[in-house]
Design a binder for this molecule. Structure first.
Ligand SMILES: Nc1nc2c(ncn2[C@@H]2O[C@H](COP(=O)(O)OP(=O)(O)OP(=O)(O)O)[C@@H](O)[C@H]2O)c(=O)[nH]1
Ligand SMILES: [K+]
Ligand SMILES: [Mg+2]
Length: 435
């Protein structure tokens, strides 16, 4: 597979001023010669006429960039064609590249090659994928940190410490009869316990990085006619959901996106909670309850002029925020504490917006240190932690070494480096046993 030379449109599909075609692989230089006759100077944009190598037909006047490996994104010989962005130009150049022996790239294949050539680790590759998907500024910052190697450095430093501990533990096993520093075995256990606590602290971030990556779900719940759809529309500033004076208007879950302090939030408007009148409404109520269960935050909406209903009161608790709507009308007795708003007059909506922003910020990371962003990272780190826990109770040095090796493998799975071989060098280097 790595012998192939691949190409793909790096810019978006469709008509545009410029389209960027990216090429990578051992035949890149040959392709440049086939289509453009002369290979440009490395890393200098050069204007060239491109021709089909079979028919000689002129295809475009384009800017070419030549990146000889290994100083390229993929680590291989690669090139970029900055074409005029018409669909026929792009199709013609793609055809010419195939005629000259290249093939279209698979999704993610350029970054996969970069990983295989040691240009980046798996977390940085994931960061690049997230950067392309980022919708908000905070998501962009997190993705850029990760693409820049913030997680790779953190996990790399943990792997290095585990490797050093494993080296000590191995030495203890191998050279048990020799003059080794006293208490070495205990030292290893103590250092492993410190590392375990650090990993646990990193895990105890409440899923902030994952939340920012995936976005928050806020469900709007309440009795029919409480004004849930009116609130959704007021918050997103457009008529996303149908509003009417008839109870039971909303049946399907209506979703709208909102950027709250850089955190992408999905607001889900739901069917009013009550004993449903027909099967369609019953399905709507079922979906509303389902969404309530999945939500990071539940907005419980009460109509100020109605006594609070039992169905909505039952949802109060952690992760719920009470909103009393229609405060342009007199407030009924027994209303729970909450934010007072009127979707109709606009009163209190700024305060609600600010409160939602604060709730989003408290649940997702917006800045600062490296945060894990994927369940994959979390699972592997939990694995490492449990192996380090095993180490503390392991009765013999061999089992301690095994636990360290397993913890190291777990961390290696996150970055894509395993590297247990490095241990042997360290054994003999660190202790100068000289056998
Ligand atoms: N006076 C007043 N009326 C409001 C306010 N907000 C909404 N309403 C009215 O209340 C009625 C119901 O509003 P909706 O937004 O459809 O209520 P809902 O909770 O989505 O209703 P269902 O989808 O049927 O559960 C409509 O007639 C709205 O115009 C408000 O702040 N004050
Ligand atoms: K309604
Ligand atoms: Mg509604």
């Amino acid at each position: 597979m790595n012998g192939d030379t691949i190409f793909a449109l790096a810019s978006g599909a469709g008509r545009a001023a410029v389209a960027v075609m990216r090429i990578s692989g051992p035949a890149t230089r040959g392709l440049l010669e086939a289509l453009a006759e002369r290979v440009p100077e490395p890393r200098r944009a050069s204007l060239r006429r491109l021709r089909h190598p079979g028919t000689g037909e002129a295809l475009d006047q384009a800017l070419l960039l030549w990146f000889p490996g290994p100083a390229s994104y993929t680590g291989e010989d690669s090139a970029e064609f900055h074409l005029h962005g018409g669909p026929a130009v792009v199709a013609g150049v793609a055809e010419a590249l195939v005629a000259a022996g290249a093939r279209p790239a698979e999704p993610g294949e350029f970054t996969r090659r970069a990983f295989l050539h040691g240009k980046l680790d798996l977390t940085a590759a994931e960061g690049i994928a997230d950067l392309i998907e980022a919708e908000t500024a905070a998501q962009r910052r997190q993705a850029l940190r990760q693409a820049g190697g913030a997680l790779a450095r953190l996990y790399g430093s943990w792997a290095a410490r585990l490797t050093a501990l494993l080296a000590r533990q191995e030495a203890f096993i191998e050279f048990e009869d020799e003059d080794l520093p006293a208490g070495l075995d205990d030292e290893v256990a103590a250092a492993a316990a410190v590392l375990r606590a650090e990993i646990l602290a990193h895990l105890a971030d409440g899923g902030r990085g994952e939340r920012l990556r995936e976005g928050l779900l806020v469900a709007i719940l309440g009795a029919p006619n409480a004004g849930k759809s009116s609130l959704l529309n007021a918050l997103v500033g457009r008529e996303a959901a149908i509003v009417s004076a008839r109870a039971g208007t909303t049946r399907d879950v209506v979703e709208a996106r909102l950027d709250l302090a850089g955190i992408p939030v999905t607001l889900a408007d739901t069917a009013g909670l009550r004993e449903a009148l027909d099967e369609i409404e019953a399905e709507g109520v079922r979906r509303a309850r389902l969404r309530a269960g999945e939500a990071d935050l539940r907005l419980l909406v009460f109509a100020a002029d109605e006594p609070p209903d039992a169905d909505t009161l039952a949802l109060m608790g952690p992760g719920a925020l009470v909103v009393v709507n229609k405060v342009d009308l007199p407030v009924a007795a027994g209303m729970p504490e909450g934010l007072h708003v009127s979707a109709r007059s606009g009163a209190g909506l700024d305060a609600l917006h600010l409160r939602l922003e604060a709730e989003a910020v408290s649940r997702a990371s917006t800045m600062g240190e490296a945060t894990l962003t994927r369940p994959r990272h979390r699972a592997a780190l939990q694995d490492a932690v449990s192996w380090l826990g095993e180490l503390e109770v392991a009765p013999v040095p061999e089992l301690r070494a095994e636990a360290l090796r397993a913890a190291l493998r777990a961390i290696g799975r996150i970055t894509g480096h395993i590297g247990v071989e490095a241990v042997l060098d360290l054994v003999f280097g660190e202790f100068c046993i000289g056998k």
